[in-house]
Design a binder for this molecule. Sequence first.
Ligand code: THG
Length: 367
Amino acid sequence: MPLISQTRRLRRTPFSDGVEAAGVKAYTVYNRMLLPTVFESPEADYHHLKNAVQIWDVAVERQVELRGPDAARLMQMLTPRDLRGMMPGRCFYVPIVDETGGMLNDPVCLKLAEDRWWISIADSDLLLWVKGIANGYRLDVLVDEPDISPLAVQGPRSDDLLARVFGDAVRDIRFFRFGMFDFMGRSMVVARSGYSKQGGFEIYLDGADLGMPLWHALMEAGRDLDVRAGCPNGIERIEGGLLSYGNDMTDDNTPHECGLGKFCDTQTAIGCIGRDALLRVAKEGPVQQIRAISIAGERVPSCDRVWPLVSGTKRLGQVTSAAWSPDFNTNVAIGMVRMTHWDEGTTLQVETPEGLRDAVVHENFWA
Ligand code: THG
């Protein structure tokens, strides 16, 4: 593939110098910013992530900040997940839906205070939707993208590494909770979260100036833990069933189709803009849903367009992410499958660029 030219519109991050010194081999574009995708190789990165600890530049997880008396009301307008029981210091994975119940984003939401929230977004222009709603409803709330750059520490040795830089108290942070921790005199959010199933943390760097000092401090402290630069790994996240907005689902899909019904409390999420639409579709139930899919045969190429799922001449869905899994010794994939064929063990065919392959539908992911 030809190179992508670097201009101001494609933003670097406070960690890009460290990422490049570590030998990043490929980037993707996410929220108009650089996101590393490969260091050694997808497979070498995968094995290392599962065995050691990695530092990930995930500054592309931009924050949409809501600040002011109507912040909580606005947040509930955006999502069908009931936020009434959410305490400050908590992270919630929240589907964000439009007026038709279509998915606009699948962020992690952080409640900093009753009147201050962060929406840690996936790759879509959510800021514009949120600003439009705040202004259209004349809410008393400020909406902007603050200069916050998440840095993830992921892998089984994450606790040991982070304790060396932030102190032993980080070990007590529970899953999807955060605390404030000091780095070089600046207080930062540190959460137990991240886009892998290997455990770890996300540090929400406040201000770009401490980016490289934080990067170096972690690399230095983790030398004997074999710490390396890493990035969200396509193989590991498919095994774990972590969805990728824009790939596995778009605004054409409801949260129920995406398997995110467990994060919807549509009956009680009073004020949610997509509530009426979701109540209508929830009554019928989804006619297609995201499934784990294994694909027979040799390693498949990377999935840069949808691969139709078929049985004979009938189209029954599509595969949207796929990778060879060394640990499961098969190709693992994520796809959308029609109701008539979504049961465990159903065998279909998938049209890959390298021809038709058998594909088996699973009700649960691998990890
Ligand atoms: N962390 C933060 N921001 C993010 C991501 C992240 N923004 C972009 C993207 N990732 C958003 N998408 C996801 C998808 C899955 C998860 C988080 C963000 C996730 N899911 C867990 C799971 O499915 O096992 C836990 C869900 C739960 O139980 O609440 O972590 O990674 N800051």
